[in-house]
Design a protein. Structure first.
Length: 221
């Protein structure tokens, strides 16, 4: 997964710029955007209530999926948080619920203690930047690309971004895996050949159900 020095430097600079812009956003604005994203996820992806969902503990101003996830769990979803096992390895997902005991993991991000390892069927992936093909800019560790390459059948991937997170491209490499969907405060897009296509909630529900069926996703145990 080695990048050219030029691309690595550009991604590092873009990452720093986008994180700084996100952190500078007023808390009330981020909260408003979060509620809008919650609505698009709930209405556009009704399959979430029957899925094992990998989500992220919010970090550096990211979207906070926990309020919506708690509601989805009450309706049947199973939730999991990622933990770093070792450098240059896939993430492990540990079952999570709001009352579970937590401890500090990599980057001091909380992870569950003593819960079962599960395989997500849907991943809600907060991104630093999102490109026009559904290519994502993360924090540079390559953990999600390794994780996605290791899971079969492939989970449904939903990138969570702000409109301010958009970049023309992240210059995706062969190992970079495009997202299936992108959700921002303005709505839902699907990755299609040639770029991202804006779709309404009903179409998002239809397409995500079709992906669920085509990938033969079943509840992890």
């Amino acid at each position: 997964m080695a990048l050219s020095p030029e691309l690595a430097a550009w991604r590092k600079a873009e990452r720093a710029r986008l994180i700084a812009a996100r952190l500078a956003m007023p808390l009330t604005t981020r909260a408003d955007f979060g509620r809008l994203i919650d609505g698009f996820l709930r209405r556009g992806f009704p399959l979430l209530t029957r899925a094992t969902i990998g989500l992220c503990w919010p970090y550096q101003g990211e979207y906070d999926a926990r309020p919506l996830a708690g509601e989805l769990r009450a309706e049947g979803a199973r939730l999991a948080l990622p933990t770093v096992v070792a450098k240059a390895t896939p993430l492990q997902f540990l079952e999570w619920w709001p009352e579970v005991t937590m401890q500090a993991g990599a980057y001091d991000i909380p992870v569950p203690v003593g819960t079962q390892s599960v395989v997500p069927q849907v991943l809600l992936i907060p991104v630093v930047g999102i490109g026009a093909q559904g290519d994502r800019l993360g924090y540079g560790g390559g953990f999600y690309d390794r994780t996605l390459a290791s899971i079969a059948p492939a989970p449904i991937t939903i990138a969570i971004a702000h409109e301010a997170s958009r970049v023309p491209t992240t210059d995706p490499q062969d190992h970079d895996i495009l997202m299936d969907f992108v959700v921002t405060e303005l709505g839902i897009e699907a990755a299609v050949p040639g770029g991202l296509e804006r779709i309404d909630e009903a179409e998002a529900a239809r397409r995500s159900e079709a992906l669920w069926a085509s990938r033969s996703l079943v509840r992890s145990v």
